[in-house]
Every structure is written in C-alpha cells, then in structure tokens.
Design a protein around this ligand. Structure first.
Ligand code: ADP
Ligand code: MG
Ligand code: MG
Length: 207
C-alpha cells in the first residue's frame, strides 16, 4: 500500500525531528513541568517508528493504530495517552485510505479525543492550543476555500505556529503547569510545541 508506506515515512521523519528537539522540549518542560517531555516523546516516537517499520505492507489505518498504541505504552506522562489514545481512535477514519475528506475527519476526531481525554479547551496552555487552530484551519481550507490538501496542511501548520505563540502569555489551567498558577504565564507549552513539530514533519513529508 503506497499510502501506508508514505505514512511510515512520515512517522520516521517525526521520530527524527523529535529526537533533534529532545533537549529543547525538555527545557520547555523544566520551566513549567517536570523536565521529561523531550525524553518521553523521543522514547515513544523512536519505538513507534520501529513498530511502524516492522509492519508488513501496512495500510494507513494500521500504521496509525500501531503508532498510537506504541505512544500510549512508551511516552508515559499526561501526554502519552493524549497523543497515543487519540491517534488510535482517529486512525479509524483512515480505513478507506487518505484523501482530503478522510484527512479532515481524522484531524477532527483526533482533536475531539484529545479534548475528551484531557478536558482542556483552547486557552488552557496545552497542546489543544496548537491543535485547535490547526484543525479548524485545515477543515476550512479544504471545505470552504477548496484548497488542495497540501496547501491546507501548510495553512494548518502556520495556525499551529501561532497557537504555540499564544500559549506564552496565558495561564495554564490543565496538566502539571497548572500547579504553578500565575507563574505559568510567560512560558511556551511543551506539548503544543511538540504538536507543531509533528505537523511540520507531516507537511514536509507530504510536500
Ligand atoms: P507530564 O506533564 O505528565 O510530565 P509530559 O511532560 O510528557 O507529561 O507532557 C506535558 C504536556 O502535556 C503539556 O505541555 C501539555 O501540552 C500536555 N497536557 C498535559 N495535561 C493535559 C491535558 N489535561 N489536556 C491536554 N494536554 C495536556
Ligand atoms: Mg513533563
Ligand atoms: Mg512527567
């Protein structure tokens, strides 16, 4: 399956990027958390890339589910179940392969699962702040503006980038950073940042 192979390549690109950003993600998490986000994500994505590579001629749904399950068991922390569990669930939308329509359904389901599991909303200084503008921009670019999927993804990445910047001046209301209260203001959220890196790699592999 050609699409499955492309998804495996995307997972490998994400794993390499997360490994390169490991120290930066850990630095961000040391300011408002427990300094493990870089290590959590690097461990999880390395295992996910290995599991994806080991699949025999997989389809996109199988790759997504395998990666999600691996992230659930290997990332740990608060973010593991959010990244991993949501990916397992959203991958069901890819059962007929990847096209503009299924990609939008995948993105919306993923965001909805992150919100359901983490109970965070836009403005709580979490990964939701990168994800929400990205998913809404992707959907609008495809469905309303009728842009090609690649251009829609590029706009979604820009939106996620602005979402990451938006986490800096606001106060954390979910996750470890929320224990700091107002002292979380002025810090960039690690999970929003890693979410942006993942989207950037999806774009660069798709381009
Ligand atoms: P932990 O906080 O358990 O050490 P990580 O450091 O791996 O886990 O991940 C921290 C990131 O997880 C945060 O930066 C934030 O983006 C995200 N996060 C934490 N709690 C929630 C939540 N309830 N909803 C959404 N995202 C969350
Ligand atoms: Mg942490
Ligand atoms: Mg932790």
């Amino acid at each position: 399956d050609g699409d499955g192979a492309a998804v495996v390549a995307a997972v490998e690109a994400v794993a390499e990027r997360i490994e390169r950003e490991r120290d930066h993600l850990t630095e961000l998490d040391s300011a408002i958390g427990d300094a493990d986000h870089g290590g959590n994500m690097a461990r999880g994505w390395a295992a996910a890339a290995e599991a994806a590579r080991d699949l025999d001629d997989p389809d996109p749904q199988t790759v997504g589910k395998t990666v999600g399950k691996t992230l659930m068991s290997k990332v740990g922390g608060a973010s593991g179940p959010l990244f991993g569990g949501s990916l397992v669930f959203a991958s069901a939308e890819l059962d007929d392969g990847i096209d503009a329509e299924s990609a939008v359904a995948f993105a919306e389901t993923y965001l909805q699962k992150v919100e359901d599991r983490g109970d965070a909303r836009l403005g709580d200084q979490t990964m939701v702040d990168a994800l929400t503008p990205a998913v809404h921009t992707f959907k609008k670019s495809i469905e309303t503006d009728e842009l090609p999927p690649l251009e829609a993804l590029a706009k979604a990445v820009d939106a996620a980038d602005r979402g990451v910047a938006f986490t800096v001046p606001i106060r954390a209301r979910k996750g470890r950073a929320s224990y700091l209260g107002w002292r979380s203001v002025g810090h960039q959220d690690p999970g929003a940042t890693s979410t942006l890196y993942i989207l950037e790699e999806l774009l660069s592999v798709a381009a």
